[in-house]
Design a protein around this ligand. Sequence first.
Ligand SMILES: [Zn+2]
Length: 136
Amino acid sequence: MSENSQQPQARISPTILLIILAALALSLAALSFAVSVLDQNPDAAWLLLLFGFLGMAMSTYMLLQTRRRLAKLRIVIPPVTTTIECKKCGFKNVREFQRGDYIFKEVEPCQKCNDKMLITAIYREVKEKEKQRFPF
Ligand SMILES: [Zn+2]
C-alpha cells in the first residue's frame, strides 16, 4: 500500500493560459481598431466592437471555468480510511489513514477485550455526487 495523500499540482496549463491570453489580446486589438475606424467605416466598427466584446467575454469565461475546475479538483480529493478489526470479539474501529498502515498490520490493543487488533481494510472514500466537469 503506497501513501498517496499528497495534493496533486493544480495549476492552469500554460497552453490554455496562452490561448486565453491571445484571445484576450485579439479582442482588445479588435476593440481599439473599431474605435479608430468608427468615423470612416461605422458598420465595420460595430462588427469589430461586437467581436471584441464577444472575444473578451469568452476568454474571461474560459479563465473563470478553468480556475473553478482547479478549485474543485483540489477539494475533491477524498480521505483515505483505515479499518481496524479485533479478531477475537469483532470490535471494529475506523480511523484516518496513517503513515505506515498496511493490511494485516497489528495495531493498538482492542478497547473491549485488550487483544491485538489487525488492520483489515484501507480504502479511499469516494463521493459519487461530485461529478467533475471538463469544459475543454
Ligand atoms: Zn476485542
